[in-house]
Ligand binder design. Structure first.
Ligand code: MG
Length: 437
């Protein structure tokens, strides 16, 4: 290597981060302490069906702001009101550098804590504060969390179909797109366990739609995976989401019957109210368990992790308290040999996806990340959003979270009116009783 090239190479690895740090200290030298000037709430449909709520925290330093995700598809306006009327007045004037202290204060400020709405609020503020700190440091958030421990974040794809043949074709498409980890469903959540509309023995004048039946589900889904494994072999790592549709011993029996198909995991075989059953599952099968996209309170995941009753914790970052809490959960998982599989899903947004990314890529306890794809309207509205290529999620590597929001475009896509109260769609059994989602 020529002498000039050698020093150029040195500059590429050494001088640029140093100058970024110098730039950060130059920009802040002699300035009064940083304060939060304004907390903006930005709600948007993203030009699609979304009900996204973002927070934008502006600081006393011109041009320095952070964004966070508070999206809650089912209580959208409650989260917006909590941010606008309670969180914003509390935060203005405070020091955004004190992330942990503000997290604790935001968590305790409501007196009653760990509820989903305030967790969304705390999460959004937390993400925005990490975004601000990263921008000040001139570093991506994952650098502040300890740096990369992997090169990119593996994601699992969503595959499925209404019959076993189309499910196999869908799995093969995922494999062709470069995915190693693939979730396979038979139609909608609970699919494989539905007695068709109008069929079966039903009460007079009662529920007429498709009716969920646990034993039918336990019978059908293992046969689906028997077929899928016969067609695609054992190379792809397969998952399946039960979406809390089973109770007690049926969840145990389902997990046992899935063992021959060497699942990467089965997800939420039980609702969060029934976590005590996991110790019974552990006694009869090694089928890995992924649990907890509905968890909001540490007491829900704490015993499952510390007793090693599950293999993956599935929390949504914006539902448990943002980057600060997700990093703590990941560290707890690391100590007990459990892994993370942070939840995404169709209603989630690109800011939350990147918040998960920064924890995923810097955490030894990482197991897998759920994928999430967005339409072109969102890519235009949110420059810097993550990209999934051949089964891996990549961040932008820009300082902070690495993503921005075009407020003009967000305003062009306002929230659609909610006329039905926005309930989560609930299934029922033949006799008309609700099934836990
Ligand atoms: Mg799920």
């Amino acid at each position: 290597m020529k002498r000039r090239d050698f020093f150029r190479a040195l500059g590429a690895v050494g001088v640029i981060p140093a100058s970024a740090a110098q730039e950060a200290s130059r920009r802040t030298a002699g300035l009064p302490p940083l304060t939060i000037r304004e907390v903006k709430v930005i709600a948007t449909s993203g030009g699609a069906r979304y009900r996204w709520v973002f927070v934008k925290i502006l600081t006393s330093e011109p041009g320095l702001y952070g964004i966070g995700s508070a999206s809650n598809h089912f209580q959208t306006h409650a989260v917006m009101a909590a941010l606008e009327r309670h969180a914003a007045p509390y935060l203005v004037g405070k020091n955004p550098d004190r992330i942990e202290d503000l997290w604790q204060a935001m968590h305790l400020r409501t007196y009653w804590r760990n509820g989903p709405v305030n967790n969304n609020v705390v999460s959004a503020v937390d993400m925005a504060l990490w975004d601000i700190k990263g921008k000040r440091a001139g570093m991506p958030v994952y650098e502040l969390l300890g740096g990369k421990v992997r090169d990119a974040v593996p994601c699992y794809d969503h595959a499925g179909g209404n019959d076993r043949e189309s499910a196999v074709e869908s799995v093969q498409r995922s494999m062709a797109n470069g995915y190693r980890y693939i979730r396979v469903q038979l139609g909608p959540y609970g699919g494989g366990g539905f007695i068709p509309a109008g069929q079966g023995s039903r009460p007079e004048g009662g529920h007429a739609g498709p009716a969920f039946d646990e034993e039918l589900y336990v019978e059908t889904i293992p046969k689906l995976f028997d077929y899928v494994r016969a067609k695609v072999g054992f190379e792809p790592k397969l998952c399946h989401d039960v979406h809390s549709h089973l109770t007690g011993m049926n969840a145990v029996e389902f997990s046992r019957r899935m063992q021959p198909y060497q699942m990467f995991f089965v997800e939420d075989v039980l609702p969060p109210e029934q976590i005590a059953w996991y110790k019974h599952i552990r006694q009869v099968t090694t089928t890995p368990q992924a649990v907890g996209e509905l968890f909001t309170h540490p007491f829900e995941y704490l015993p499952l992790i510390t007793d090693r009753l599950i293999d993956f914790v599935r929390c949504r970052v914006s539902a448990v308290g943002g980057i600060t809490q997700a990093k703590k959960i990941a560290t707890l998982c690391e100590v007990f040999g459990v892994k993370t599989a942070f939840q995404e899903g169709g209603d989630n947004d690109p800011v939350n996806q990147l918040a998960a990314y920064h924890v995923d890529i810097s955490s030894p306890a990482f197991g897998i990340q759920e994928e999430n794809h967005f339409p072109d309207s969102v890519r235009e509205m949110m420059p810097g959003m993550g990209e999934i290529r051949k089964g891996y999620l990549y961040g932008s590597d820009k300082p902070g979270l690495g993503i921005d929001i075009d407020e003009r475009l967000a305003a062009k896509y306002p929230l659609q009116p909610i006329t039905d109260g926005s309930p989560y769609p609930l299934d029922r059994t033949l006799d008309g009783a609700l099934v836990k989602p």
